[in-house]
Design a protein around this ligand. Structure first.
Ligand SMILES: CC(C)(COP(=O)(O)OP(=O)(O)OC[C@H]1O[C@@H](n2cnc3c(N)ncnc32)[C@H](O)[C@@H]1OP(=O)(O)O)[C@@H](O)C(=O)NCCC(=O)NCCS
Length: 165
């Protein structure tokens, strides 16, 4: 069974272990350090809680296994009904349908509870699994921002997807 719940500081140690796995962190925004420490995790969790961010820990059969959230989009001309989705799962939990399930769930919450009309996702060019899962969840690819992102000092294309209410 897959559930979403609020983070607690007790998640920090396992969060840091899971997220810094090279096959996970390579797909996340360049702001996520490759050597993600417990202190980084604690800061992330405190910020999520203190700023009342729309972020959730993912549990699979009661076990913490990843995170998902909706973030404000910077520079969107004050559009408050559009947000960006971000998500990751620990490697041992891949390919069990969890990603598809939680992306659908948080999008429904975003549309119903946050009154969103648009949810965006930005995916590095090499992340085929994430693109495939987004399309399974109804997202449409709107285009490719050529050389639009940086990861570990490399410039890469960024594929833009969106789901509309
Ligand atoms: C992207 C991610 C969340 C997907 O979660 P998941 O729980 O493994 O996804 P699901 O099990 O729901 O679906 C995976 C599907 O992708 C397919 N897939 C796996 N690897 C693939 C690849 N390299 N290319 C294309 N499809 C792939 C699987 O076969 C499966 O398809 P199916 O449902 O038809 O069987 C997970 O891989 C992850 O955490 N990756 C690292 C972090 C990340 O990429 N975050 C997103 C940044 S944009």
């Amino acid at each position: 069974m897959v559930t979403l719940r609020t983070y607690t500081l007790a998640d920090a140690q396992i969060l840091s272990e899971y997220i810094k796995h090279p096959e996970v962190v390579i797909n996340l925004s360049d702001g996520v350090p490759n050597d993600y420490s417990i202190k980084d995790a604690e800061e992330f969790i405190n910020k999520a809680l203190n700023e009342n961010q729309f972020r959730f820990a993912i549990e699979y059969n009661g076990e913490y296994c990843g995170g998902i959230g909706l973030d404000k989009i910077v520079g969107h001309c004050g559009h408050k009904q559009a947000m960006e989705i971000g998500y990751w799962l620990a490697k041992p939990f891949w390919n069990k349908g969890i990603g598809t399930h939680v992306i659908k769930q948080i999008c429904e919450l975003g549309f119903s509870e946050l009154n969103l009309v648009r949810i965006e996702a930005n995916v590095f060019e090499y992340n085929k699994a994430s693109m495939y899962v987004l399309e399974k969840c109804g997202f449409i690819k709107e285009g490719i921002q050529r050389k639009g992102a940086v990861k570990n000092g490399e410039i890469v294309d960024s594929h833009r997807f969106a789901l509309i209410k």
